[in-house]
Write a protein of this length. Structure first.
Lengths: 413, 274
């Protein structure tokens, strides 16, 4: 008996899945770096989320919505032609692009809208980059009849026109943000300014596993359905766990959702793929905050950031609006420093090439975001043995990117 | 009990003469280093009792359009933390008494190196710090080392800081408490004077530290009315608007920039002393 207790205590000490601590830290990263006006609300949110997590009816509501509204579980699909073409690892796609609204973002929005309702909030705000989160927010707000305002960079509004139309159709008020480069970072600044002004009735529905505690842990929890399903589905398909996981990272919500349930399975190799833009050697030309940035504090958490030597945040660049963010979720920053996850960068051109390979070989048009993960799979698969089970999270569909992709490829539509 | 700072001495002197503090805010290096240094050098004579200097940051999340623009103007003109600290040193050589408070966001401090920043700020003649995005829950990050070094750490209390939370906010605060008069960003809607006075009373029930009110104070008349129920007021966005209006079409300082700003501070000070 004593040995068992000792063993489980040791297991916990060596675990990668018990964070964050009670102040919201994953090692050095995370925390709650917000203005005093927001602090009481952040604490209230933490209490409300803890209570909801402990309430079986809350999880039951999420399970019901996942099944009947989002269309979960998403399939685990064997990508046979890509596997044969690359000649190495057996490649599976976790098909989160088949969810209602077209990406993994709905997983988190369903959880948070239920929480906002429990907290009695009557107004929802959100930031969005590619518009996938904005669409998911507008969707759940329509479903529950709650008014919402979405902050979106003016640059992103231009390159994600279909999602802009969807949000408007769903009844969301879209606030274009022109400060900075008009991308996700600037949208998040404006959303925070709105929140600090309307703190009493407003719920800020953050779309990625970043921001002040408890957001990184909460968003991760809601997204972990991806990894939990993958685990069960792979056991059913192959009788064992996968050997390799690959997912793209902007803020890092789809990737932490896939990775988290596997962090303590030491034999599972895990790769996070950042946006390398024009290349890591091009100053301010990429959005790879971990492979090309340094630690700092922004948007409520300490994490890796793209910044200059004076601590000013850089805009970064990626062809993918959803990855075009100068920070990353704090749990990823910690997983990088502990070495549990290997983070790599993929350039715009590599992602575009991978998108075409997948489209032609599998008949699936992926979004530009998971095309980064695909590009790394293309590099990696051939180096792995044929019995290596590889899962890539296909976290979004490419419909929204048709205009940008056509433009980049010189196609006329 | 820590040794009294210039801020403590200034409030003691104001109390003796029955006056309220006029705290002025400008961003360091806005619109350029020399103009900014000239504005700051002229502030005490124009009537500022305490000078708050913003450390420019690319992403000022708690600030309204005026302070955002001033921060970006300064960065565009090449302002850095090293230059900001050098400005304070230069000011201090000519003025041994007027308290200087540096206000800003955590990241530029963190990247400069918090220990190095505190040592350099103290050596330059800084008296107090306001770091907007570091709450009392993270006091070990900047607040405690700053207090240890003899700097005042000034915390914001807001309308959402209720009586249960207030002791945590006041615990390591010194110099003064900065009461944020509205829920919102700097330079937003004007506060309702009577509400603000009630809130200041609420804070004063829990502390003897002076309470200064800021956010949304734009005119001499308003400053006077709000200060009547507090120990002082902060004026920032309204002064920065004056800088912006004085610039030429390329956003550069003109010969009237410094005088325009100092005239406004003089008007504010006169209204408060009337």
């Amino acid at each position: 008996m004593a040995t068992t207790t000792q063993k489980s205590a040791e297991a916990k000490l060596n675990s990668y899945s018990t964070g964050p601590d009670d102040k919201g830290f994953f090692g050095l990263f995370g925390g709650r770096f917000v203005a005093e006006t927001l602090m009481p609300l952040i604490l209230e949110l933490e209490r409300a989320y803890s209570a909801a997590k402990a309430d079986p009816t809350f999880q039951a509501e999420i399970d019901f919505l996942n099944l009947h509204y989002a269309g979960r579980p998403s399939p685990l699909y064997f990508a046979e032609r890509m596997t044969n073409e690359l000649g190495g690892a057996k490649i599976y796609f976790k098909r989160d692009e088949l969810n209602h609204t077209g990406s993994h973002k709905i997983n988190n929005c369903l959880g948070q809208i239920l929480l906002a309702r429990r907290m009695g909030k009557t107004r929802i705000i959100a930031e969005t980059g590619a518009g996938q989160h904005g669409v998911a927010v507008a969707t759940v707000c329509a479903k529950y009849g709650i008014g919402c305002e979405i902050y979106m960079g003016a640059t992103d509004i231009e390159r994600q026109a279909p999602n802009v139309a969807r949000m408007k159709l769903l009844g969301a008020k879209l606030n274009p943000v022109t400060s900075g480069a008009g991308t996700l970072k600037d949208a998040m600044n404006e959303a925070l300014r709105d929140w600090v002004t309307n703190v009493r009735d407003t719920y800020y529905l953050i779309g990625t596993a970043a921001g002040p505690h408890p957001y990184p842990a909460m968003v991760r929890d809601f997204q972990s359905i991806i990894g939990k399903e993958t685990r069960e589905q792979m056991l059913a398909a192959e009788g064992r766990l996968p050997d390799t996981l690959v997912a793209c990272i902007g803020g890092g919500s789809n990737s932490i959702g896939l990775f988290h349930p596997f962090l303590d399975d030491k034999d599972v190799a895990i790769y996070g793929v950042e946006a390398g833009g024009h290349g890591l050697d091009v100053e301010n030309g990429h959005a790879a905050s971990m492979t090309g940035g340094t630690p700092g504090v922004l948007h409520g958490n300490r994490t890796y950031l793209l910044q200059d030597a004076d601590g000013q945040i850089l805009e970064g660049h990626s062809i993918s609006a959803g990855l075009d963010y100068p920070g990353v979720g704090p749990e990823h920053a910690w997983l990088k420093d502990t070495g549990r996850v290997t983070y790599v960068a993929i350039t715009d051109n590599e992602a575009l090439a991978a998108l075409q390979v997948c489209t032609r070989l599998e008949g699936i048009i992926p979004a530009l975001e998971p095309s980064h993960a695909l590009a790394h799979v293309i590099k990696l698969a051939a180096t792995l043995p044929k019995d290596n089970l590889l899962v890539m999270n296909l976290c979004g569909r490419g419909d929204k990117d048709l205009f940008s992709v056509a433009k980049a490829l010189g196609m006329k539509i | 009990m820590a040794a009294p700072t210039r801020i403590d001495a200034r409030f003691a002197a104001l109390r003796k003469s029955g006056r309220k503090a006029l705290v002025t805010f400008v961003s360091a290096g806005d619109p350029d280093l020399e103009t900014s240094a000239a504005i700051i050098a002229g502030l005490p004579k124009a009537g500022a009792d305490i000078i708050e200097i913003g450390m420019p940051f690319s992403d000022p999340m708690a600030d309204g359009p005026a302070v955002q623009a001033s921060s970006l103007r300064a960065l565009k003109a090449g302002q850095t933390m090293i230059k900001t600290l050098a400005m304070v040193r230069r000011f201090r050589e000519a003025d041994a008494d007027t308290p200087i408070v540096l206000m800003g966001y955590y990241n530029p401090i963190y990247v400069y190196g918090t220990a190095r920043f505190i040592a350099d700020a103290k050596a330059a003649g800084v008296d107090g710090l306001i770091v907007v995005d570091v709450p009392p829950e993270a006091d070990d990050e900047v607040c405690l080392p700053a207090v240890e070094a003899g700097l005042n750490f000034i915390r914001l209390a807001t309308p959402t800081t209720d009586d249960v939370r207030l002791p945590a906010v006041l615990k390591n605060t010194s110099g003064f408490v900065y009461y944020v008069s509205i829920t919102g960003i700097t330079g937003a809607a004007a506060p309702v004077v009577n509400d603000v006075h009630d809130q200041v009373k609420r804070i004063k029930r829990q502390t003897d530290i002076p309470v200064v009110v800021g956010f949304g104070v734009r005119s001499g008349e308003q400053a006077r009315a709000i200060a009547a129920g507090a120990d002082g007021v902060v004026v920032g966005s309204a002064i920065i608007d004056r800088i912006e209006k004085s610039l030429d079409s390329n956003g550069k300082a003109t010969t009237s920039t410094v005088a325009n700003v100092l005239d406004m501070v003089h008007e504010l000070a006169s209204a408060m002393r009337a």
